[in-house]
Design a protein around this ligand. Structure first.
Ligand SMILES: NC(=O)c1ccc[n+]([C@@H]2O[C@H](COP(=O)([O-])OP(=O)(O)OC[C@H]3O[C@@H](n4cnc5c(N)ncnc54)[C@H](OP(=O)(O)O)[C@@H]3O)[C@@H](O)[C@H]2O)c1
Length: 264
């Protein structure tokens, strides 16, 4: 057997209430997916998107940091052909300062960005393998490719996503199931609280969420292992990854102090 044609497929998109996830859901509906299940916490946002997408869309409200809600999602949808693990939150500030003022947010970040992603993948990939077809699109980040001072927990969670996806892809070779890593650089979404500050500093690196979504799906369906949208982002990620850590550490430390990041 192989993956069914797209009109017979069920897709789950986590974090579909805004940003990249909403654009991926729109792009999947536009490509004729039979059913697209939109998952997030904000009901009104999901219902508005479902109305926009029409008959193919279904809404599932879940806080994916809560195990019971993750399990309810899995129980409600026993068969999924395309899983988009996109929901994610960030962390910002020196670790000890965040830990002493908002330590719970760090655990929630790991629960959402890593634990829920593994649980959902574990729930649906065995069925895909049994049926001989399916897709997993994990949204990692270039932030997972090198140290990210002032976003230590976030960068580490994305390193987890990046590495998990690359290994999963190799393991699933010849099963008919494709795992793909979409690793964006800066994208102007609600994720960037200080988006204007980011735009001033990194404007040339920004890629629109819609393009990130469309390119991610193009690469997924072309069975390519990973995609970093935007040539400038690809180039800078390559330079950062190729820089020896002995050089990277002092440069990143200097940049952090210059931005005042060590004081927040
Ligand atoms: N924007 C960037 O610069 C950038 C760069 C690289 C990678 N990424 C990654 O791209 C992914 C999407 O981010 P985005 O930029 O599109 O940001 P966004 O607009 O803030 O979207 C995040 C999504 O995650 C959902 N979410 C957050 N907490 C959740 C929870 N506890 N349970 C369920 N859903 C939850 C949010 O929905 P609710 O609040 O309604 O639950 C929202 O739909 C993330 O994994 C992020 O790490 C973003």
């Amino acid at each position: 057997m192989a993956a069914p044609p797209l009109p017979d497929c069920v897709a789950v998109v986590t974090g579909a209430s805004s940003g990249i996830g909403a654009e991926i859901a729109r792009a999947l509906a536009g490509r004729g997916l039979g059913r697209v299940v939109l998952v997030a916490r904000r009901r009104e946002r999901l219902e508005a998107l479902a109305e926009e997408l029409g008959d193919s869309a279904r809404v599932f409200i879940a806080d994916l940091t809560r195990s019971a809600e993750v399990e309810a999602l899995i129980e409600t949808h026993p068969r999924v052909d395309l899983l988009v693990n996109n929901a994610g939150i960030g962390s910002s500030g020196r670790f000890d300062k965040v830990a002493s003022t908002d330590g719970d947010s760090l655990s929630a970040l790991v629960d959402l960005n890593c634990r829920a992603l593994v649980r959902l993948t574990a729930a649906w990939v065995p069925g895909m393998v049994e049926r001989g077809g399916g897709w997993v699109l994990n949204v990692g980040s270039i932030a997972g490719m090198f140290p990210t001072p002032t976003s230590a927990t976030y960068g580490a969670s994305k390193a987890f996503v990046n590495q998990f996806t690359e290994s999963l892809r190799i393991e699933l070779r010849d099963t008919g199931v494709a795992a793909h890593l979409l690793a964006p650089g800066p994208v102007a979404t609600e994720f960037l609280a200080d988006v204007e500050e980011h735009r001033q500093r990194y404007g040339a690196f920004f890629v629109p969420a819609r393009r990130v979504a469309e390119e991610g799906l193009d690469y997924l369906f072309a069975d390519r292992p990973r995609h970093v949208p935007g040539w400038l982002v690809r180039l800078s990620a390559l330079v950062a990854r190729s820089t020896p850590l002995a050089l990277f550490r002092p440069v990143a430390g200097f940049a952090m102090r210059r931005r005042g990041g060590d004081r927040r």
